[in-house]
Design a protein around this ligand. Structure first.
Ligand code: ZN
Length: 446
């Protein structure tokens, strides 16, 4: 049998697609919302019988190999190799030119990362990692969760570099992998792809072991972009969270790696964080493949709240259903999960749609009702949410909701929204006018 055929035979496309998307039985097939175009009703079909997928919305179609290629941006040999490994098929033609190149890039980087992760993990549990381990336990992590997340420690020794050399990796290979040997004095969080491979690291400085002549900055050092590590589409913890997201039909987004790990300590596993970058709409698109219901639990400081407002707007643009939490009294989710683990799940359950969240936050603190200025401020915060809601019924609902809770006529909220919409359209028009239009380009060519 042809090896490509063998890999396809031993791969179940329903299981593979199910790693990424929330599939539902639809007669003899499975269906879900398409990952390759934006839609609210599912037109993406997977046939277990024919082992193919097809989207009736955008026309994308193919088999297990082409699905993996499209999802991960891989070449055919790269996707084939991943599926062959999963199926236990030893590929015979690995000497083809393309295959060798794929091997020398992504596979080498993954091998280097794996070796580094094993080294950091061993160091944490050795005499070198004593303070680091104590720090993690003091923050509230358990040994079980430290092991689950393969958290490690980068000691200030050159052993890792020697190990790489002994295994035959060149300086160039290490540099292509983001030079994991340069991490020193840092708690190491491996970052995984959804299959659980280590694709990069985030290293947090361990201040109390730092000699005076070593700078504590930056606090977090992350792997730079590599052939396998692209910050804009990595969600930390998704490999651990995806089953729980499917089960609960909810995804929680927190700010940092520590918050993710601490949430697991508190028994809440459907949680992810962006890694070394602000949350982007790329991240939300990935989450939207699993569920529409996305809860943002950002830090209680001003930066955290600003980030939450921005995330809500982006979620509405993608037709997702965002909610917000309040972790009052605590700095972040990590601290809350440490001090009061039982309450974390309740807080998640009590997450509110953004406008209800805004109203509950401001009215709760004001027993005698809001002043005119406070009402104005609240509406100002709510307007971007209303403007970006794609569903007209939802928008109308919250317009009335806002007016009623503020004790003002609906028409005044409507007018404020109209004014806001016009200002948005003007600024969008300005943006378009600033970018060169086609006639300009044509002129240039002439
Ligand atoms: Zn599609």
């Amino acid at each position: 049998m042809d090896q490509v055929e063998e890999v396809k035979k031993k791969t179940d496309i329903v299981e593979l697609v199910g790693q990424y998307l929330e599939l539902k039985r639809a007669g003899i097939n499975y269906s879900c919302r398409c990952p390759f175009h934006q839609e609210k009703t599912p037109s993406f079909m997977v046939s277990p019988e024919r082992q193919v997928f097809r989207c009736f919305g955008c026309g994308e179609s193919g088999d297990a190999i082409s699905f993996l290629q499209k999802m991960e941006g891989l070449s055919f040999p790269e996707a084939l190799k991943i599926l062959a490994d999963r199926a236990g098929v030893q590929l015979q033609f690995s000497n083809s030119k393309e295959m060798t190149r794929a091997k020398s890039d992504k596979e080498k980087v993954l091998a280097i990362n794996l070796l580094a992760a094993q080294f950091f993990k061993a160091a944490l549990w050795s005499k070198f990692g004593h303070e680091a381990l104590q720090y993690l336990l003091d923050r509230g992590l358990t040994e079980e969760i430290i092991k689950k997340f393969k958290i490690g420690y980068a000691p200030p020794i050159d052993q890792l570099e020697r190990t790489f050399r002994q295994r035959g990796f060149s300086y160039q290979d290490l540099s292509q992998a983001g030079s994991p040997q340069r991490f020193k004095y840092r708690i190491m969080f491996p970052i995984f792809n959804i299959f659980g491979d280590v694709i990069g690291f985030s290293g947090r400085i361990l201040e109390n072991v730092l000699p005076k002549d070593v700078s504590p900055h930056p606090k977090y050092l992350n792997t730079p972009e590599t052939p396998v590590f692209h910050k804009s589409n990595i969600l930390y913890g998704l490999n651990f969270a995806k089953d729980s997201i499917r089960k609960t039909k909810k995804a929680i987004v927190v700010e940092g790696q520590m918050d993710v790990a601490m949430s697991h300590v508190a028994g809440v596993e459907n949680v992810v964080a962006s890694s070394g970058t602000a949350l982007t709409s790329e991240h939300l698109k990935i989450l939207g493949r699993y569920t529409l219901d996305i809860i943002f639990a950002f830090d209680e400081d001003e930066a955290g709240q600003k980030a939450a407002e921005k995330a809500v707007v982006e979620a509405y643009d993608l037709a997702l259903e965002p909610k917000l939490t309040t972790i009052e009294g605590y700095k972040d989710v990590g601290e809350l999960a440490k001090e009061d683990p039982q309450s974390w799940e309740k807080i998640v359950q009590a997450a509110l749609p953004p406008i209800e969240w805004l109203v509950s936050r401001s009215i709760k603190t004001k027993k005698d009702g809001l002043s005119a200025v406070e009402k104005k401020d609240l509406v100002k915060k709510a307007l971007p949410f209303l403007f970006h809601m794609s569903d007209e019924i939802e928008k109308a609902h919250y317009l009335v909701y806002l007016a009623q809770n503020l004790g003002v006529p609906e028409i005044s909220v409507e007018k404020a929204l109209d004014k806001f919409s016009r200002s948005q359209k003007v600024s969008e028009k300005e943006k378009i006018e600033k970018t060169p239009t086609k006639p300009d380009l044509e002129e240039e060519l002439v």
